[in-house]
Design a protein around this ligand. Structure first.
Ligand SMILES: NC(=O)c1ccc[n+]([C@@H]2O[C@H](COP(=O)([O-])OP(=O)(O)OC[C@H]3O[C@@H](n4cnc5c(N)ncnc54)[C@H](O)[C@@H]3O)[C@@H](O)[C@H]2O)c1
Length: 351
């Protein structure tokens, strides 16, 4: 993995995973450009890139406005494409907003990219959400695609743009279907970003953690450093044996146990609650990724245990508290810009 002096583009690089990736790339000697529109409701935070602020070129643009930065595309050697919206709930509240962010903007971006930089390696941040309710566990890449929310549909469409253009020889893309990612630089003050974000926020604020019903649903959280490693490997591979890979965490556990680990390390309690109907309808049940294809092809494995990852995360947020746990500011979801009215979301756990 030699990124020294490589010109790389990170879309969504002010967000959680993108910023961790951009920082690592700078450490490896890459010449990094970040494109991020700081879309309200998503996880952009200027503080995320603070450690490398003077070594990253930041273009505050929508990824779909690619004509405006065509010169960057022309020069870049690897594209890490992480611009997107993660919230399943947001996608059901404002489907067209999700369509615009996760599919239409991606289509516009890829159309310019393939013209300006044909054949370039693109690593796209896909999601396990495309599978919908698993028919078997662990879920491998052959599992049927039957998403249960708009986010899954639109992310799948964007994945297919990448794969179709690669079949045509216009790009050289690989899609990493990520499970729940957690760690430093998550947008803890933005609601509906997923269960780990909610647990970490509540734990840090000294609030009890809520699990729905008996908390039996399984998740396999993966620490962000392991995900960054997977992106780096996929971006640097001389050739690709497959174009779609699952990326899961090292341990699969019931949400009750996940909550207990966080609660124990933070010194708070776990309580059970009935499943809110709007969440139940789009819940995928239990999920565990089969990441063996990526492990075999890239020699990767998730190294950070959940206990260790949560310990590191809590310590990091305590050090950067004021940038990530702003309790004075009201927290709005991303819908106002779309619907023309402000709507406050309760800070409730999500799965
Ligand atoms: N975090 C997870 O657990 C997870 C799981 C599966 C997939 N993913 C995917 O990984 C990617 C990154 O996720 P994240 O957790 O870092 O989210 P994030 O919200 O923290 O970061 C996404 C960034 O993309 C930016 N963005 C959104 N639309 C944009 C646009 N049109 N143009 C430019 N910038 C835009 C946002 O401003 C934000 O900074 C997303 O594509 C997401 O779907 C994340």
């Amino acid at each position: 993995m030699d990124y020294r002096n490589k010109r790389v583009l990170v879309t969504g690089g002010l967000g959680f995973i993108g910023s961790n990736l951009a920082i690592r790339l700078v450490e490896l000697g890459a010449n990094v450009t970040v494109i991020d529109s700081s879309r309200p409701g998503c996880g952009a935070n200027p503080h995320n890139l603070e450690p490398v602020a003077d070594r990253v070129r930041l273009l505050p643009l929508d990824v779909g406005e690619a004509q405006q930065y065509a010169d960057v595309l022309r020069e870049c050697q690897v594209v890490f494409n992480l611009a997107g919206e993660v919230s399943h709930i947001h996608s059901m509240m404002a489907p067209e907003r999700d369509l615009e962010i996760n599919a239409a903007a991606q289509l516009r971006f890829l159309e310019v990219l393939r013209r300006e930089r044909p054949g370039v390696r693109v690593v796209y941040a896909g999601t396990r959400q495309v599978y919908g309710v698993p028919q078997y566990l662990p879920v491998d890449e052959q599992h049927p695609v039957e998403p249960v929310d708009y986010n899954g549909v639109h992310k799948f469409a964007a994945s297919q743009y990448h794969l179709m253009l690669s079949r045509l020889g216009a790009l050289d893309a690989v899609v990493l279907r990520l499970t729940n990612v957690y760690g430093p630089r998550m947008a803890l003050s933005v609601p509906c970003q997923g269960v780990l974000s909610t647990f970490l926020r509540r734990a840090l604020l000294g609030q009890e953690l809520e699990v729905y019903e008996d908390g039996e649903l399984i998740r396999d959280p993966v620490y962000v450093d392991d995900v960054v490693e997977a992106f780096l490997l996929a971006g640097a591979a001389a050739s690709l044996r497959r174009r779609t890979y699952n990326i899961g965490g090292p341990e699969a556990m019931p949400l009750r146990q996940i909550a207990q680990v966080v609660a124990q390390l933070a010194g708070v309690r776990v309580v059970t609650k009935p499943f809110p109907p709007e969440r139940k309808s789009i819940d995928i049940g239990s999920y565990r990724a089969d990441s063996s294809r990526f492990q075999h092809h890239f020699g990767w494995r998730a190294r950070v245990s959940f206990q260790d990852g949560i310990r590191r995360s809590l310590a990091w947020y305590r050090e950067h508290w004021d940038r990530y746990l702003d309790t004075r500011r009201p927290t709005f979801c991303g819908m106002p810009e779309h619907q023309g009215r402000k709507r406050r979301l309760a800070l409730v756990p999500a799965s």
